[in-house]
Write a protein that binds this ligand. Sequence first.
Ligand code: KIV
Length: 322
Amino acid sequence: MSLASFPGGFPGGGSSTPPSTSSTAHSSTKVTVPALTEMKRQGKPISALTAYDYPTSRLADEAGIDLLLVGDSLAMVVLGHENTLSVTVDEMLHHTRAVRRAVRRALVVADMPFGSYHGAVGEGLANAIRFVKEAGAEAVKIEGPRIDLVRALTEAEIPVIGHLGLTPQSLHRMGGYRVQARTSETVLQLKADAHALADSGAGALVLEGVPREVAADITAELPIPTIGIGAGPDCDGQILVFHDLLGLTFGPPAKFVRQYGDAGALIRSAIEHYREDVEHRAFPSDEESYHLPEAARKALDEIEAKRTVSGHDFSRAAKAAN
Ligand code: KIV
């Protein structure tokens, strides 16, 4: 951490919270799961984004994003894994805490990673409680129609966001990342699962990688909001992976990704510029250096002068000889 990072920040919260720097006026009212349902009722689109660390979560929150999901996509876009399957509960907790510390307004949702809720309901419940208790999550997201678990979480006062369609944790069963619900049977199954999740207490539903017509029907039928990713424009909200939005991923983007900025190019160019400056001794400049106070410099000169007079300054003598 640099000295410049200390003043004015709000790690740990407290009274030093700076005002939002967002240029768009935005309500500062805390977003909750019931507020999402109210947004659906009022026809207000829900903006959602994935989040993994303090600075970018703080920027997203200040920019007025309604929901920040600490997605298990962390495994791929932050940790460099091939898929989402290997990320652990402890790794997800670590990043959820960082996001929690950054966010004031948005709803903070933690994605439960593969294996943390696929066994007994009690085990899923215990892991979900860790996200709320140890990391400050306000809701958890789980993939698939796990109705018994959603009911148990709801009874335990933990809001749940469901996730249907292309569920990346089902990669091996699906045989790859493929658009789902493309036949009448699978559309009917998806709709039944969506209704079952809503009936069992889910507070919202992520629909990923499904035809827009199917997402539109489900959105119209459900009392809870749908949040789409690769599910067309008719969902109640949209979510994107932060790194896709900002050009910080390295492969070709999926069809549904819209890149709103090129942070990759910005970062690369800034780092190259810095390296060149170091190599050419153009950084740091005198203005970027700390200077010895005048009084200390004078005192040192006097000490040196006394040493010279008493004949003890061997280093000066050696220098003079050269
Ligand atoms: O992990 C994630 O990023 C997600 C979103 C794509 C919904 O689950």
